[in-house]
Design a protein around this ligand. Sequence first.
Ligand code: CP
Length: 288
Amino acid sequence: MKGKDFLTLLDIDQNKLMELLKLSLMLKENLYSDCLKKKTLAMLFAKTSTRTRVSFETAMTHLGGHALDLKWEETNFVKGNIKDEARVLGLYCDIVMVRVFNHNQTLKIAEGCEKPVINGMDDLYHPCQALADLLTILEVKKSFKGIKLGWIGDATNVFNSLMLGAKMVGMETVAAIPEGYEPRIKTNATIVRDPKKAAREADVLVTDTWVSLGFEKEKEERIKVFKPYQLNSKLLSIAKKDCIVLHCLPAQRGYEITSDVLDSPQSVIFQEAENRLHTEKALLLDLI
Ligand code: CP
């Protein structure tokens, strides 16, 4: 790590990224022990979660430690000074994972807390998801060399993190994103309007929800804009025959992805979900 925290992929270099992925593969083979015995992870959620909550807690259990599941609105983060509250978490716990609404809150928590802080997703980044996505691609494709990744749809926090990771491992990325919905961060991806351009010759196709948390008021408008950006069997047929499909879940079946694609043999979406557990174990071991 470049510092004590893992808030974005920018907090690690290419060597550390590959080291974490290799360690994740070892951990997936059950090569781990009670090395985090008596260690506590505080998990602070201001938003809903299935995968992040359960994978981190299970990771701590497998490694012999303990995880605290804290709901933002049931703590004094709602009324106290955010840095003071974060400082106190660091006095009791060995590591903190946070899922908050905006990246400034993530930064404030990391600033206030003396212990390592992991970004469990905010409006800008979802680095833990990107680790699992990269591990899944590496497992299936064996190497990142020559891999073309096509992104279809909204430039979400997952997009931002995966694009940073793709650049680090040298994957070519083409992203089909509608006008007016361009990424909020600078990325290496070639941005196109036509989803077919992103899908053509793709080794990996990825999409994400059209209505991320916080955009519920724009739901109807977004569904109209993103309709041509659906990852369906017609679009998948343009990609390479052995193209795999990723989605961070939860998916809105029939919107950004159709059920036949999500459940197809080319989908590695549930392998990707499982890989959250293995990459997070690697991350916890590295940070604590
Ligand atoms: N992909 C992901 O982060 O899932 P949850 O929102 O359920 O944690």
